[in-house]
Each structure stands twice: as structure tokens, then as C-alpha cells.
Write a protein of this length. Sequence first.
Length: 359
Amino acid sequence: MSERPVINTIHVQASRSYDVLSGKGLLEDIGEQILRIGAPKKAMIVSDDNVFPLYGRKTAESLARAGIETGSFVIAHGEGSKCMTVYESLLEHISSQQLTRSDMLVALGGGVTGDLAGFAAATYQRGIRFVQIPTSLLAAVDSSVGGKTAINLEHGKNQVGCFYQPSMVVCDTDVLKTLPEEEFRNGMSEVIKYGMIGDAAFLERLKKVPSGEWIEEVISHCVAMKRDIVARDEYDTGERMLLNFGHTLGHGVESCSGYEIPHGLGVAMGMAVMTRASEKMGICRPGTSEILSEVLQMYHLPEEAPYTPKELADAAMADKKKTGDRLRIVVPEEAGRCVIRSIPAGELVRWAEAGSMNR
Ligand SMILES: NC(=O)c1ccc[n+]([C@@H]2O[C@H](COP(=O)([O-])OP(=O)(O)OC[C@H]3O[C@@H](n4cnc5c(N)ncnc54)[C@H](O)[C@@H]3O)[C@@H](O)[C@H]2O)c1
Ligand SMILES: [Zn+2]
């Protein structure tokens, strides 16, 4: 007799409440899980051309066993698919398949798939249900939870989107076995971010025990932290901004590199620069940057950006997080505690300078 998988359930309380399930082998029973939230007649699986060949069939078969009619829409992998053209063809496809408001989209993939499918679900017929099946570590710990959906415009990332919560998130940790090592590192940068903004003991354990050895726990810990933040600030007007720790300069890094340096690596550099700067300015407890540095090294993440402070600050300021002349940045006070500060936009370069390793 096959054993039932151990399911870790985290309930998210937001404008739409839902469960985030995680554990080994959950894909097998995804159809059954979906029935719990009310059976759709049809489910359209949205996935990319790396993930679909690996897990598309298993997902479709499970849905079929639960009596759900399925279809699929496969996008090219990579950030380029988070665009108007792909969004439009996805909508045209589901419309041609006559999906109605009682049907659903199933996002099977990383953050790109989830953001695109989520936005399509939010806007098709003024909103149909969608289920997230995150397959990258980044999607599991970050993008699949919290309801931010978006696509990019030529002049900026995530420029069109909305808040739209999924009806359920199901993370089968077995799928991470096929995730390329670089993508795992990308996700680890966000995991470390959770430790820095809210849990020093978690950071300490990440340093002692490789995350791969307790990945189920790592994922559910991060999801629980995000759940708590989202419950208090779903629409990102205050505390949720903490999740942007390392992201302002991180986006600067990504942009300077013409998006050659991936997001997670940019965030790692951004966190390291901000922590050194905060320590140098006497805001942060001495020794914090050393703690962060040890964890980043453990997961082979970079600590210094290959650009000048001015290049970084200029690129970061072109980013959408600038509000008028002021900019909100996330500043560490110690490992496990960060605060949001509003600074004149022109001061960002001072932070980048103070946090540079060459000074
Ligand atoms: N909505 C949010 O709150 C939020 C938060 C953070 C990031 N994001 C967005 O998420 C995106 C980045 O997400 P990502 O890093 O998951 O990128 P991604 O979706 O491009 O996935 C990364 C790569 O890994 C591959 N992959 C994914 N799962 C796999 C698996 N199990 N086996 C083998 N290959 C696999 C994908 O095909 C892709 O090539 C960005 O667009 C970012 O803006 C959104
Ligand atoms: Zn991020």
C-alpha cells in the first residue's frame, strides 16, 4: 500500500483565504486536493517548456482522475514570457477553449508562470480561480504566496498587474530535485532574506545545516513568515515592503547587467551592501554583516556588486519603488530585524558607497 504523503498546511488570511500545502509527492493527488476547493469543470494547465515535459503529464492525469477536464498552454521558459504578447495569446487560448467563470487556471512552474497565469486568471472574465503549483524554490517561498500578479512592459518589470490571491497553493517538494543548481541558489537568496528580516535563529540554522537537508521545513517557515506579513499588509503599503530587503540595489544590479545577473544573485549583493552600509552608519549592530556574509558564502551567493555605487544607485532609481523625491529602503538593525526608512532619493548613492567592499 502506498503511503499518504505528509502534508504541511498553512492557512493564508487575505481578501481571499486559502491554504498553502507543501510536502513530498503532493502532485500525485493534486486533482483530489483541487476538489476540496470546489470542482472546476475544466482546468487549464499553464506551464513552461522546461517544466511541462517533466510534470505536465502527472498533473493532467491526477486532474483527470478527479474528473476534471484538462487542457494546457505551454510558454517558453524565462522572463521574456511575462509579456503582453504571451498574456494575450494565453487569454485568446482560454477563450477559444470556452473557459467560464466556474473553470480555473493551474500555474505549474516558477515565478514567471505564476505571475503570468495569475494575471490572466485575475483579468479573464473579471476573474476566474487559479491554483499555484510552484516548482522553483523562489516560487515556493515567495512568488506563489501573497497574490501579486504581473507582466512586464518594455520599460520595466511588473509594470502591469494586480493583487489577486490564488485559491490554493500546492508545493510538491519532490519537483525541486530537477531544479538546476543555479535556480536553487536564486531561491536561497530569498530564503536568507526571510532570516534577515525576521528570524535570526532561522538564519543561524541555515548556516549550520544545508537547506537541502530540511527543505520542507525551510519552505513552510518562509511561507508562514510571508503569510503573517501579507495578513497584516496585503496591499503593500507598509510592512510588506520588508520583503524588498536587498531588492532596491538588487534591481540596480540586474538592470546594470542587462538582466544577465539573475534576480537572486542581485538580491544577495543588495542585502550585503545594505547591511555593510547600515553597520558603517552605526544603525546596525556590529557583526551583522559578518553573520550575513557567512550564510551567503555557505550557499555560494555573491556579496559584492560588480558596479560602482553611482551606477547601482542610478539604475535602482529608475526603478518603480521611487515615490516622488523620496525612496523607501529596508535597513537592517540586526540579524532578524529590519526597518523601513524613507530617504531622499539622492541619498541612495551614499548607502551604496558606504556598503561597498572597497571602502
Ligand atoms: N508575485 C510575487 O510576489 C513575486 C515575488 C518574487 C518574484 N516574482 C517573479 O518571479 C519570477 C522569477 O521566478 P523564478 O525564479 O521561479 O523564475 P522562472 O519561473 O523563470 O523559473 C526559473 C527557471 O527554472 C526552471 N524550472 C522551474 N522549476 C523547475 C523544476 N522543478 N525543474 C526544472 N526546471 C525548473 C524554469 O523553467 C526556468 O527556466 C520573476 O518574474 C519575478 O518578478 C514574483
Ligand atoms: Zn525577490
